[in-house]
Design a protein around this ligand. Structure first.
Ligand code: F0G
Length: 467
């Protein structure tokens, strides 16, 4: 296999190709990201997606059990005996009438893709199994990442379970959700907290990896995105290989959206699907670089030549004004998304749109997702809040089939959830107030009652009467 896959720069100014066995991901700049490119005409690929179903019968083989590697023919960069898997990708696509109604669907179908069911509780494991595999192919002794929390939790669990490499994670000071920080610590990674935010940590870890030959596992690593393509394969699989009308995904560093675009353009090229769904990438209002550039300034992929002047001057202005991303959805609190150009390509391929949603809308959507499904962390709920917005604009039709990606588990960020549902005004304001969240229309407040049997029974007798 290895001879038929390369790392190539997506920048059209360069036709540089790297062998699969070169580690170059750490040194590419913002405009020249690496891609994994396959010589598909030399690789045996199933004639129909349905053929993958035969792997279900072989679940004792860890590669067939994995929701990533059972599609290994579509990410064929690794020799099978070097694949690092911990059973990732056992996720569920739930059709939800209640969330459909919340979003405003009348006839169509609303589905929630629960990526929180992965081993470390987020979609990152789809990518980390692929990056860990490549690290293993390279014989890496150390792997590192910067993170708003989930990437570090994911890399840490791959290090602790596989024992293939030691893990160093860089996090910014302040805003990491405790569920995620606790994972990095518990899974025995060296956790380095630097003064600064995620963007600062990412710049630093790229330097550190360059200097020290440490294997970098952020989504600038093109192998990460190869694994994340499989989220889309599993969505199609759950829909009996039918292509939905919309994929709606939160946007942070834009790795997921980039991977989804690559997945669909490859499937179309291979003749495995006949059409490509539309993609909606949802920013938080407080971290809306993509929204500003794509929707407000009209920056497009433009056959690999996005308007660099506009992009650079946007970032310059951000710096001179001292503007920093700020949202309760800490997972997507990012100023300079590293996969910006790849995401522009995905938006082109998928006839995409970008929207921003407020923290208030995110938390309301999150409460609805919790009350009607498996729940999610704040950033994930941006997808449902975004679908609701696009439905109200009439961009998503009431009869469309929509898949919202729930990227992280409900338990990742309990403080925000408890703050939203709290009956204590002080707790509510302390947790949510500074982000402009003033209401909790879907709060399920805990009820204080005396420790008295009669009073408790009386309270219980009221249940169901109000609704
Ligand atoms: N949702 C969750 C729960 C995330 O953790 C992230 C990213 C995103 C959405 C955004 O995905 O970057 O592919 O656009 N978290 C990264 C981290 C940045 O460090 O864990 P993206």
């Amino acid at each position: 296999m290895a001879n038929f896959a390369y790392q190539t720069l997506i920048s059209p100014e360069s036709d540089q190709r790297y062998d699969l066995n070169e580690i170059v991901s750490a040194s590419s700049d913002a405009y020249s990201l690496l891609d994994v490119e396959y010589e598909w005409d030399k690789i045996p690929v199933p004639k129909s997606l349905k053929e993958f179903e035969s792997r279900w019968q072989n679940r004792r083989n860890p590669l067939d059990f994995s929701g990533v590697w059972r599609f290994r023919d579509l990410l064929p960069f690794a020799p099978e005996n070097q694949i690092v898997t911990i059973g990732e990708g056992q996720t569920i696509l739930q059709k939800s009438e209640a969330i459909g109604r919340y979003v405003g669907m009348k006839k169509g179908e609303l589905h929630l893709q629960y990526e929180g069911l992965n081993p470390s509780g987020s979609f990152k494991d789809n990518g980390m199994t692929a990056a860990s595999t490549h690290a293993n192919m390279m014989g890496a002794k150390f792997a590192a990442c910067a993170s708003t929390g989930n990437t570090s939790a994911s890399l840490a669990i791959y290090g602790s379970t596989s024992k293939k490499f030691r893990v160093v994670v860089f996090i910014g000071s302040g805003k990491i959700a405790y569920g995620k920080l606790s994972q990095a610590l518990d899974f025995d990674s060296k956790t380095i907290q630097i003064l600064g935010d995620f963007d600062d940590a990412l710049v630093r870890v790229r330097e550190v990896c360059d200097e020290n030959g440490i294997y970098l596992c952020n989504s600038v690593n093109p192998f990460r995105l190869e694994g994340q393509k499989t989220i889309m394969y599993r969505v199609l699989e759950s829909l009996n290989w039918e292509v939905p009308d919309w994929i709606v995904v939160p946007g942070g560093n834009l790795g997921n959206s980039s991977a989804f675009g690559k997945a669909f353009s490859e499937l179309k090229y291979l003749g495995l699907i006949d059409r490509i769904p539309r993609l909606a990438v949802i920013n938080a209002t407080g971290a809306n670089t993509l929204y500003q550039l794509y929707e407000k300034q009209g920056v497009r992929w433009n056959q690999g030549h996005p308007d660099r002047k506009k992009i650079d001057s946007y970032f310059e202005k951000m710096d001179t004004e001292g503007r920093k991303a700020n949202t309760l959805a800490t997972a997507i609190e990012i100023n300079r998304p590293v996969n910006l150009t790849k995401c522009l390509r995905a938006l082109e391929v998928c006839d995409g749109v970008v929207r921003e949603v407020s923290d208030q809308d995110i938390l309301n959507a999150k409460a609805q997702i919790g009350a009607n499904g498996f729940g999610c962390e704040p950033a994930s709920a941006a997808s449902v809040a975004g679908a609701k917005l696009l439905r109200s604009e009439g961009v998503i039709g009431s009869g469309d089939r929509v898949v919202c990606i729930l990227t992280g588990h409900q338990l990742k960020d309990p403080n925000i959830t408890v703050g939203y549902h709290s009956a204590n005004k002080e707790v509510f304001e302390k947790t949510l107030g500074e982000h402009g969240v003033t209401k909790a229309p879907y709060a399920n407040q805990p009820i204080a009652v005396e420790n008295d049997l009669e009073k408790i029974l009386e309270l219980l007798s009221q249940f169901g009467k109000k609704e």
